[in-house]
Design a protein around this ligand. Structure first.
Ligand SMILES: Cc1cc2nc3c(=O)[nH]c(=O)nc-3n(C[C@H](O)[C@H](O)[C@H](O)COP(=O)(O)O)c2cc1C
Length: 318
């Protein structure tokens, strides 16, 4: 298995980078639990935040990764410098022109990943020289494309390349992990399933809303990006829980970009962690979240994937 050979992971799960959720503690906890944790460094953090949280992630002595947004790194190159100093085992660069960063990372012995939402994205990743491709389907939480679901995308990318391919989007438990491994994925790239972990940065009101949500409660769009003014390219929307703020502004994203009151309401809602106004990024697997486990507990659940693989080989009988 690629993940165990490269990083010593006992469970074929990468804890996907999640800005605002996966700080150093969650990252370290996922790596300690047998997966590969990843720090989510969004556009709002400083280079010092990356250094501090990276040190926390590294303190457990296990390999870990860092996820950067390519469009944001172009604006804040100090984020990239901080990551090069940390030398994590894996760095993902997604959403924007990541090409210039691939060689410097590889020269430092860092494995490079990117998230692809279409076969064309995957082809670009191959041409750019990445080490591992994430087939990130439309049902995934957070930003990306809404073009193709995880299974058709994964199958098409596996047909395209000999590179290792991780599957991201909608893997909410060991059944989903078994499915993508059976298809040929090198592992799962999993975010939403770790959203309510005790070690994460998710606020309490958001945890409660996420636990309540079912699989039909997510929406995809650019409303929250228009509201935040963080600088997300329009090409990449995000999947989040539907709320009153989204409903008000859906279809009026261009107006929202220059609406100061709308922006202020979003900023206040975010500060107050108000589920009706803040963006709560989550994928369709959110319906499976029932409590606030430790990362080790989530990983122990994923580690049972072999049961489902064996059952499938025995004509589905258990
Ligand atoms: C709350 C949240 C924040 C995210 N932040 C980032 C991020 O900072 N960088 C990134 O590359 N992907 C980010 N993602 C996307 C994840 O890396 C991953 O593609 C996704 O979580 C996989 O699908 P799943 O949520 O269905 O497991 C985020 C996802 C969520 C749910």
């Amino acid at each position: 298995m690629w993940l165990s050979e490269k990083f010593g992971s006992g469970v074929p799960v990468v804890g996907a980078p999640m800005a605002g959720v996966s700080g150093g503690r969650l990252t370290a906890a996922i790596s300690a639990g047998g997966g590969l944790g990843m720090l989510g460094a969004g556009s709002a953090v400083t280079a010092d935040w990356i250094r501090t949280e990276g040190a926390i992630a590294a303190a457990g002595g296990k390999p870990y990764g860092v996820g950067l947004m390519a469009w944001s790194v172009a604006e804040q190159p100090e984020h990239f410098d901080a990551v090069l100093e940390l030398k994590p085992a894996l760095v993902s660069l997604s959403f924007g022109n990541y090409r210039p960063y691939v060689e410097p990372l590889r020269q430092n012995g860092i494995v490079v990943a990117t998230q692809a939402g279409t076969v064309a994205d995957a082809q670009e990743a191959i041409d750019a020289g990445v080490d591992v491709i994430v087939a990130r389907g439309a049902e995934a939480g957070g930003h990306g494309r809404n073009a193709v679901g995880t299974l058709p995308l994964l199958q098409a990318i596996l047909e395209l390349t000999e590179l290792p391919v991780l599957a991201g989007g909608g893997i909410s438990g060991p059944r989903g992990l078994a499915a993508v491994l059976a298809a040929g994925a090198a592992g799962g790239w999993i975010g939403t399933a770790f959203l309510t972990c005790q070690e994460g940065l998710t606020s309490q009101p958001v945890r409660e809303r996420v636990i309540e949500a079912d699989e039909t409660d997510t929406v995809y769009g650019t409303v929250f990006d228009a509201a935040s003014r963080a600088g997300w390219p329009d090409e990449f929307g995000g999947r989040a829980l539907r709320n009153a703020y989204f409903d008000t502004w859906e279809g009026h994203e261009q107006d929202l970009k220059s609406d100061d009151a709308g922006h202020a309401e979003y900023v206040e809602g975010t500060k107050a962690a108000d589920p009706a106004r803040a963006s709560i990024y989550a994928g369709q697997g959110v319906g499976a979240l029932t409590g606030q486990p430790t990362a080790a507990e989530v990983l122990a659940g994923f580690a049972t994937y072999r049961t489902y693989l064996s059952a499938a080989l025995n004509d589905g009988s258990k």
